[in-house]
Design a protein around this ligand. Sequence first.
Ligand code: ARG
Length: 468
Amino acid sequence: MSGQENSGSSKLWGGRFAETTAASVEAFTASIQYDARLFRHDIMGSMVHARMLARQGLISNEERDAILAGLAEIRDEIEAGTFEFRPELEDIHMNIEKSLTDRIGPAGAKLHTARSRNDQVALDLRLYLRDEGRELDQLLAGLQEALVRLARRYLGAVMPGYTHLQRAQPVLLSHHLLAYHEMFDRDRGRIRDWLARMNVLPLGAAAMAGTGLPIDREWVAAELGFSGVSANSMDTVSDRDFALELLFCLNLVQLHLSRLSEELVLWASKEFEFVRIGDRYCTGSSIMPQKKNPDIPELIRGKSGRVTGALVSLLMTVKGLPLTYNRDLQEDKEPVFDALDTVKASLAIAAELLANTTFDQDRLRQATRGGFMTATDLADYLVRRNMPFREAHGVVGRIVAHCQERGIELEDMSLEEMREFSDRIEADIFDVLSVEGSVNSRLSTGGTALARVEEALRRAEQQLGIAR
Ligand code: ARG
């Protein structure tokens, strides 16, 4: 196989070659299978490039118009699924350019004036990812909305808050849900920051040193909605920071989704029974008739592995590359596309899943009983009565040990019993030890008191434009 040659037509770059390319080489180097999805952005960039060439007198207006018409035709055919991609033409750029030249003749051959595939592919990827970034923001907002709607619906429901997965202090379910709203808010901010930094035109760097032809990069940048042009032609064609940064952003999104998923899996178990996921969003077992499994959150959790793989893969590809463009960089696309597809699908299904999840408020409340979750409140009560916190901690520790010995809870103790540990304890202690009393005492900014959570909820609703 390795010595076999293709019978095909000459390459766009075929001039200096005496032999045709080996078929095995064509198969090994082709990227059209996955970079075809860049076609819209490739054509968008080429159209603006052609208009710039005409403005600069590098091609005639007739040539420009022929190019624009030809490209529009190609775009329509690709969209309609009637365009024939040819693997021997390597990538999306060559497939489009060759087809253009076949259609319109010599004018097509002028499109690549003052341009290299090295700056072209950098342009295509930035344009493509810019659109994806905006879509990601929409999906994140959709998920936030699902969380906020749940937080509104269950406002007032209490549940245990955990540290070390041990019952720690009672909180509002809405407070817990809004914690995820915050995480996804940071994700949206990170994507905005990334978009602003990456929105710079690479076209005009040409192969790597710039061009001697009189191009107008600033005009192209403005036409394509970039906020500026890249500063160094060598950096421009070898830089993939923008792809890596996006992959990191995607990793945090998927990580947040994974943590949420883990909680849903746990909470859907018989041991917890905090949530009920709608039947349409669960699957059964092929052998155990009674099973209803939370496969969606499990898969979201599981897919975080491949998203991390994508980041590590591209980091390793770029590490150790000399300046400037190296063909290794073609390996940027598959991990980026796969991570994007995975995260977008996970975000969409997670929002649907939450919209089809209900909470069992009685179970949540029951779980706040037992586990001495108001022990900190008792200590704080003693502090308010002037006992140093460390001393109060000791007193409450002894009370808890006493309860454990007798197999009772804090709230089961009589006043006299408690006063044996400290005479600063009085009858008002029972308000403090109630779950609601504990929750609503936590009025510090960002705390779980109902008043605070209501404020946070209103802010989130306003930000998302959710009418009440
Ligand atoms: N398919 C290539 C890529 O994805 C396009 C750039 C090719 N440049 C080159 N000098 N071979 O990176």
